[in-house]
Design a protein around this ligand. Structure first.
Ligand code: ADP
Ligand code: ASP
Ligand code: MG
Length: 443
């Protein structure tokens, strides 16, 4: 069995949904995970914010803007009157549900999470109805019946395996199953989600839970590129990449994959293939256990980073200084990405600045603290074993005109991280691209 995930753009228009139906029409068994129609989750975030802020008028407007275009979507998706009627009924159900919250006294986190789930619920219901209209024999499996996270918001792989098998057993004669990406139940049994972009995670969790032969992520580009194609012109797809490299790139900003989605596939050794819905004949990228022998594989960038420099108020780093520093971050469940140290100071970065004020206050009790917001981590992924020479030179040559705030080399043999001001990101990505992939003297 395979799992195939189609992202927001891949189901973003009626004709795209038609193409997806063609792509999944072979008789081999598969579970198909869909995202929300592109733009829907953003609109649901916006509506939720407006309702949280008691802006009923703004929310009404945003609801109308979201659901208006679904009318023509339905008219173009189905070819029969019966199909169109069912499609309109589906849209009306969720439109009514969302509108019923306008003007309600308290709209909080729980309601927001419920709202965010509706995008995938709508897209899968519309798609399932389209498959029925077209004579496919498919079953819709509600993600809420098997996808669950624990008290630490970590997916419960064994639970998912058991519950998913129970769901599949209900339809012994079917070979095609449709389900929602992103949506899950949390440990309190409430509707929740796997964080933005989380439909990829749903797919890898399903593929890992059922130890499938392959996980396919279908999107709007022909695989994982060597650099961010939204910023850099001359990028190219990477045919094969290891789980470690892909995980690193996803974590450090390669938007094509949800940051933590590689982990379950890696743990259960299920290859992940990235494919293009618009160009299905392209090879894309396969992510597997084969280590590469490339020097440099790819570059990614992660924005919105906060850098904190912590200088010991004593002359030299005393025993226990680092422990005291890191205990504070641990207490606030704030993970640290980059670290560099000197004799009297340590600089580190965090991407979740929610508890920054408290953290800084506690650090200041025994050190001098400097904070820089809006930083970007540039992450270069490749094979930087101990014996390699010359890579640092190429990096610094490329960064010749760009101020570097921190650099971390040697923490892992597959990653070099460079911290710069957010405003210099585009220049840095382009300069590194040219120097590392096109004008590179071989190391
Ligand atoms: P989906 O809606 O299918 O989940 P996403 O928008 O989340 O798609 O991810 C695909 C997008 O990721 C591409 O259109 C591309 O612009 C962006 N992207 C960023 N970095 C990379 C990269 N290194 N390789 C490929 N795509 C990337
Ligand atoms: N629809 C969700 C989002 O926009 C999940 C996803 O598309 O992966 O974040
Ligand atoms: Mg995505």
């Amino acid at each position: 069995m395979k799992v195939l995930k189609f992202g927001g753009t891949s189901v973003g228009k009626p004709e795209r949904m038609h193409s997806v139906a063609k792509l999944i029409s072979s008789p081999d068994p598969k579970i198909v995970v869909l995202s929300a129609v592109s733009g829907t989750t953003n609109a649901l975030v916006d509506i939720s914010n407006k309702l949280s802020n008691k802006d009923s008028k703004g929310a009404e407007e945003a609801i109308a803007n979201l659901f208006g275009p679904y009318k023509s979507f339905v008219d173009e998706l189905y070819s029969t009157e019966a199909g169109k009627a069912k499609g309109h009924a589906i849209v009306k159900t969720y439109h009514d549900l969302i509108r019923s919250y306008v003007g309600k006294a308290d709209f909080g986190d729980k309601e927001t999470r419920l709202f965010l789930a509706q995008g995938e619920i709508i897209s899968t219901n519309l798609f399932q109805e389209y498959l029925v209209e077209q004579g496919y024999s498919s079953a819709l499996l509600p993600a809420l019946d098997f996808m669950k996270t624990d008290a630490d918001s970590e997916p419960m792989l064994d639970y998912i395996e058991t519950k998913l098998n129970e769901q599949l057993a209900k339809f012994p004669n079917k070979h095609l199953y449709i389900t929602q990406g992103y949506v899950c139940l949390n440990s309190d049994g409430e509707v929740d989600n796997l964080k933005r972009g989380g439909s990829d995670y749903t797919a890898t969790l399903i593929g890992a839970a059922l130890r499938m032969e392959e996980i396919q992520i279908w999107t709007d580009i022909d695989g994982m590129h060597n650099n961010d194609p939204r910023i850099v012109k001359r990028t190219f797809p990477i045919p094969e990449i290891s789980f470690d490299e892909a995980a690193e790139l996803a974590y450090f900003g390669a938007k094509i994959l949800h940051p933590t989605c590689i982990r379950p596939a890696q743990v259960r050794k299920v290859p992940v293939r990235l494919l293009n819905t618009m160009q299905p004949e392209q090879k894309g990228t396969v992510i597997n256990n084969t280590p590469s022998d490339r020097d440099i594989t790819a570059i990614a960038a992660k924005d919105g980073i906060t850098a904190i420099k912590i200088k010991s108020s004593r002359m030299l780093l005393a025993h226990g200084f680092l422990r005291k520093v890191f205990e504070i971050f641990e207490n606030y469940k704030t993970s640290v990405d980059m670290i560099t140290t000197s004799e009297v100071a340590v600089s580190l970065t965090i991407d979740d600045a929610k508890n920054l004020d408290q953290i800084v206050k506690e650090l200041k009790e025994f050190s001098i603290v400097e904070v820089d917001m809006d930083q970007t981590i540039i992450c270069v992924v490749g094979n930087f074993g101990k014996e390699k020479t010359g890579i640092g030179k190429r990096l610094f040559d490329a960064m010749e005109t760009i101020p570097v705030r921190m650099i971390s080399y040697g923490g892992s043999s597959s990653n070099i991280s460079i911290l710069i001001n957010g405003g210099n990101k585009n220049e840095a990505l382009n300069a590194l691209n040219e120097k590392l992939f096109f004008h590179a003297e071989k190391v």
